[in-house]
Design a protein around this ligand. Structure first.
Ligand code: C2E
Ligand code: CA
Ligand code: CA
Length: 637
């Protein structure tokens, strides 16, 4: 038969192009990429052999019969192996290339054994093809079955992709089904036009789609520096951690990158990034370089010894001028190493540890390679534990409010209280705010925590019917910056019929120095009827300006200021301060009163209120009520 080869020749040209492009570009060295490489090579060889077969059919007489047989058998084998590696690849991109997906792999292997045996045995069975006495090529009677099995393999690949569409993402899961549909359509057309060879072309077009979309090497790389992307890093580290493996890493941040961009322009900034990337790549031949952020990289090296060698080479490079082409500079890098990847539970937990290390590195010197210690790892793990406890407490409405009494200095009576948050976790016990407040701030849970605390205070006030002058709540920066915080708070208060004038909102001195939306928001809170206190006064610069500028009615003198006041001079300073506040219409609270001496000093300075362990530490609601009951006049100061 005279075949029309134009489609197959085009397919061959396309596949050659894909192979050159794929093997010519840098790829992440993983199994998925290797199997894709094998797959396209086999597909290329299979089409090449198909063309040779067409030639052999036409010139059968001139070719020895054994060679004819061998060429055809090889063509069948290549065709099947192409599909075999396509399925391997699909199993990998679907995340099924592991022990837990043994059933899929088994079906795939059984199919492979059946087909390979069928092809290998053809010389004896003539099931797939044979040559008659005139050396004319004929399809064997199992050829149909063979085609059905190949189609089945493609259908299985498509089903796996559709089934795992979430993992593959939008449209990407359609690539393999599209390839299969094109091959099936070409088979159907071939039934009506047997001289028209189309399957190779359809297969190649499908492969082209795969190559351009899922398998494009550019997807995993940073366009500028050719380092692998952050996304690739998280998938790779996740795979390593799941396999309980570890790779030492070196973190490299270009110090003052934005300054460099401003001074030399972004184009030269790009050159700096590229040069640093190639310097880092040259430190260890087997290393994997990832772009971690705009101006930072992660170098993963095979073992600790390679890390040590890389460090020596890097120190050496840092001592010399760094040539950028247009200028020579002294590189300034923030650096650290980390070798405990196997102690992490996931790529996310690794990212958190790295973030913590990056933060800790902020005030470390440049060009010194620090090591992320076990202490830091433990701290990062603890913060994750705290986050778990915090989330679980927030979800189950279990944030607790403890109350610390505020005493009127002149009468010695409890007149108010400060609400302080606590978490009681089944695993970690009672967690203190200095542990969970920073975590709540980092994770954006602080707003929710603040509202739960407000609700707790309302419930307490509504139930206990105490006639305290106020209960104070501590505001977070997020609350201060949120223009609707006041309205939300008022909404909660109204549902418990509590007047806002009974609530004091404490804002730390550090927060009061924030400019931006703060003054408007605080004035708004004051207009809604809340009273405002400036907390921890004296921990910054005892900033009178913010006290005067903002509508405060209470000043809480920090423990450190009150402690200063125990000597006579300091007592004088403190009484002048208290006097000045009173003249301005602000009452002062001395915080951190721990002893009878401090009580005496506080009285002498004329401070209106006192708070501290000497009277009581923060107490859970029932104990606080008990404390109020038990405070007989004789105990009062
Ligand atoms: P703060 O607002 O300055 O609260 C006073 C802290 O000093 C409390 O610590 C209290 O237990 C402690 N304290 C009281 N009397 C004494 C004393 O005599 N000596 C000493 N050494 N300490 C004393 P706590 O409860 O651990 O809270 C720490 C910080 O956490 C608070 O400092 C506040 O800034 C923050 N915080 C607590 N609860 C909340 C909350 O619900 N929301 C927000 N945003 N922050 C909160
Ligand atoms: Ca406070
Ligand atoms: Ca305070």
């Amino acid at each position: 038969m005279q075949y029309n080869l134009s489609f197959e020749l085009t397919a061959f040209a396309f596949l050659s192009f894909i192979c050159v492009k794929y093997f010519g570009s840098r790829k992440f060295p993983d199994k998925k990429n290797t199997h894709f490489g094998i797959f396209i090579t086999l597909a290329w060889a299979s089409i090449a052999f198909k063309l040779i077969c067409c030639y052999a059919i036409k010139h059968a007489q001139q070719i020895p019969p054994w060679m004819n047989n061998a060429i055809f058998e090889l063509q069948f084998m290549l065709q099947y192996l192409t599909l075999f590696f396509l399925t391997n690849y699909v199993l990998m991109i679907c995340g099924l290339w592991n022990k837990s997906s043994m059933s899929f792999i088994l079906v795939h292997l059984i199919l492979a054994v059946v087909l390979i045996l069928m092809i290998a045995a053809n010389s004896f069975t003539n099931w797939l093809f044979y040559f008659d006495e005139d050396l004319v090529y004929h399809k064997g009677y199992s050829y149909g079955l063979y085609t059905v099995l190949l189609c089945l393999s493609l259908a299985l690949d498509s089903l796996l992709c559709i089934w795992n569409h979430k993992r593959l993402g939008q449209l990407q899961f359609l690539m393999v089904p599209t390839l299969s549909a094109m091959v099936l359509a070409s088979l159907a057309i071939q039934r009506f036009y047997p001289d028209m060879l189309l399957t190779g072309f359809a297969f190649t077009m499908g492969t082209m789609l795969l190559f351009l979309d899922i398998q494009n090497p550019g997807n995993e790389q940073d366009f500028l520096t050719k380092a692998y992307s952050r996304e690739r890093l998280s998938r790779f580290t996740q795979d390593l951690i799941s396999a309980k493996r570890s790779m030492p890493l070196l973190y490299v941040d270009i110090y003052g990158m934005s300054m460099f961009n401003k001074s030399f322009g972004e184009e030269n900034g790009n050159i700096l990034l590229m040069k640093v990337a190639s310097l880092l790549e040259s430190l260890c031949p087997k290393a994997l370089l990832f772009r971690y952020s705009g101006d930072s990289f992660l170098l993963l090296v095979p073992d600790v010894r390679s890390l040590d060698t890389a460090k020596v080479k890097l120190y050496d490079a840092l001592e010399r001028d760094f040539n950028l082409g247009f200028a020579s500079i002294r590189l300034q890098l923030k650096l650290f190493t980390f070798t405990a990847m196997d102690k992490e539970s996931s790529s996310e937990s690794l990212a958190r540890t790295l973030e913590l290390a990056i933060k800790a590195m902020k005030d470390r010197p440049v060009n010194v390679i620090e090591h992320v210690s076990d202490f830091m790892v433990a701290k990062s793990h603890k913060s994750r534990e705290i986050e778990r406890a915090l989330r679980s407490a927030l979800d189950s409405d279990a944030i607790e409010a403890y109350f610390q009494p505020v005493i009127d200095t002149s009468t010695g009576k409890v007149v108010a209280a400060e609400a302080l948050a606590r978490i009681e976790d089944s695993m970690m016990g009672i967690i203190q705010p200095n542990e969970f407040i920073p975590v709540a701030e980092e994770t954006g849970l602080i707003g929710k925590l603040g509202l739960q605390m407000a609700r707790n205070v309302c419930i307490f006030l509504a139930k206990s019917k105490l006639d305290l002058k106020w209960i104070s709540l501590n505001l977070s920066v997020a609350d201060c910056m949120n223009p609707s915080y006041g309205k939300n708070l008022l909404f909660i208060l109204r549902s418990y019929k509590i007047d806002p004038s009974r609530i004091v909102l404490e804002i730390t001195e550090t927060m009061a120095m924030l400019e931006e939306a703060l003054p408007d928001n605080l004035r708004n809170l004051s207009q809604l009827g809340f009273r405002l206190a400036i907390d921890d006064f004296g921990t910054e610069y005892a900033n009178m300006d913010s006290v005067l500028r903002l509508p405060f009615s209470l000043v809480k003198l920090d423990r450190s200021v009150v402690n200063l006041g125990t000597s006579l001079d300091r007592e004088l300073i403190m009484s002048k301060m208290v006097g000045a506040f009173e003249d301005l219409g602000l009452d002062a609270v001395a915080e951190g009163i721990e002893s009878a001496d401090m009580v005496a000093m506080a009285k002498a300075t004329g401070v209106r209120y006192m708070q501290g362990f000497y009277f009581a530490s923060p107490l859970e609601p029932s104990r606080f009520l008990h404390y109020l009951d038990a405070r007989r006049p004789a105990d009062e100061v």
